[in-house]
Design a protein around this ligand. Structure first.
Ligand SMILES: O=C([C@H](O)CO)[C@H](O)[C@H](O)COP(=O)(O)O
Length: 429
């Protein structure tokens, strides 16, 4: 079998950065360079021209995701220097046929992108009959965030399709090995190369994995375990960024320094500092849960203190968040327990049993339901609706990765404004 091709997907908005990153990826062993769809939308065909000029010895792929006017769009990309042009596999046959005719005329090849195709095997056969040169088993970035896998799609095509198959969608060095073993001729990697601080190193790791595939048995991980692992690896700001700046509680701060709390919420509503329900909730909570207590924001009376913390710690509770005050902060800090509150006060309420456990509550401006995920660190507390927890955790990890490359570019001397091209992207009115 011929050595599989490594294609780096430049899914960026800024052409200068894309060229710099492509340069580093090529040094790491990337063969083909893809002007990604976001880059083409941001910079137009100039992106393809610039890559053609900078990398005369490399194949340039234009990820146009063509949906209509197949001939014209292929012509544009071909005349700008692309050798391969990507079309949506779901486009009408008339579009595919026109794209293929145009490709033959201009001496380029067509790659059909299976993103969102209902029956990928039959469609791949039809595409082959229409003259498409490559099939791309692609799971898009938004689809990846809800757990769809490009390897699963690739495996469905194995042995069914005669056309060379590419694979794209969230691949890294480990999954690139599996992709080659599953029959991919072209391995397309975006985020896991272009977002790395060391792009060359990241490309090299994928290159090695492709050239010497090594399959390690993977341990099955439950969804909740993935959510916890990802939330523990990111920050509360990464999480709000992933939620379009939503979910942050207002006015609540960490009282125990750099302690982080991650876990599903056990909610408590109490009244006037009554500490019965908060303390009973410790027995309701399982290890790894976070107690979220609403005391209606009252700062004059505390429903939580050192003895409750001691008990919660024994039970393995991951942290406590209070819309209101806590006390015994010096002792709690010494215990190293993650406690977040809006105030401190020495005064406790009486245990009368007012309030409820595990009902929907309002806490520091956010609605919290039992089982919603809490991510709390020194920046504050974020609540993630339970049905979106997996997706938000995946997106938060992407936010973190994107920042790694930006941080590296600032370290090399660019300003943040330059890296993000702030002036260009100011909202026009
Ligand atoms: O085609 C892509 C996506 O639709 C954005 O345009 C990506 O290039 C492709 O998914 C590869 O990128 P990663 O999934 O980040 O590896």
């Amino acid at each position: 079998m011929a050595t599989p091709t490594l294609q780096v997907a430049l899914d960026l908005l800024e052409l200068d950065r894309a060229v710099e990153i492509a340069d580093e990826a090529v040094r790491g062993g990337a063969d083909w360079i893809e002007a990604g769809t976001p880059l083409i939308k941001s910079e137009g065909m100039q992106a393809v021209r610039a890559l053609r000029e900078r990398f005369p010895g490399h194949e340039i792929v234009a990820d146009m995701k063509i949906a209509d006017t197949g001939a014209v769009e292929v012509e544009m990309a071909a005349k700008s220097g692309a050798g391969i042009v990507c079309i949506l596999a779901d486009a009408d046959d008339t579009v595919i046929a026109e794209a293929v005719r145009s490709a033959r005329k201009y001496g380029v090849r067509i790659m059909a992108d299976l993103i969102n195709v209902a029956d990928p095997v039959s469609r791949s056969r039809e595409l082959a009959a229409l003259g498409v040169d490559y099939i791309n088993a692609h799971v898009g970035i938004d689809q990846q965030m809800i757990g769809k896998s490009s390897l699963d799609l690739l495996r469905r095509l194995a042995g069914e399709v005669g056309t060379p198959v590419a694979v794209a969608g969230g691949l890294d060095a480990e999954t690139a090995s599996e992709a080659v073993a599953a029959g991919a001729s072209i391995v397309i990697v975006g985020g896991n190369i272009i977002k790395a601080a060391d792009v060359t190193g990241a490309a090299q790791r994928v290159r090695n994995a492709i050239d010497r595939p090594e399959i390690r048995p993977r341990e099955e991980e439950s969804r909740d375990a993935v959510i916890r692992r990802l939330f523990e690896a990111v920050s509360a700001p990464n999480v709000t960024d992933a939620m379009h700046r939503k979910g942050a509680m207002a006015g609540v701060v960490s009282l125990c320094g750099r302690k982080k709390a991650v876990g599903p919420a056990v909610t408590v509503r109490t009244v006037a500092g009554d500490w019965a329900k908060p303390v009973e909730a410790i027995d309701v909570a399982g290890p790894g849960d976070v107690l979220v207590i609403s005391n209606d924001g009252r700062k004059d009376v505390a429903p939580w203190g050192e003895l409750a913390t001691h008990s919660a710690k024994n039970r393995g509770v991951a942290g406590v968040v209070i819309d209101g005050a806590a006390r015994d902060i010096d002792d709690i800090r010494e215990m190293g327990f993650p406690l977040f509150a809006t105030a401190t006060v020495p005064n406790a309420g009486d245990p009368k049993g007012l309030g409820e456990i595990n009902t929907e509550i309002a806490c520091c401006g956010q609605e919290v339901r039992p089982g919603d995920w809490i991510v709390a660190d020194e920046s504050g507390v974020v609540v993630v609706p339970r049905e979106r927890a997996y997706e938000v955790a995946r997106r938060a990890m992407e936010v973190k990765k994107t920042e790694e490359r930006i941080r590296e570019e600032i370290r090399r001397g660019k300003t943040l404004s330059e890296v993000s091209e702030l002036l260009k992207w100011e909202k026009r009115r």
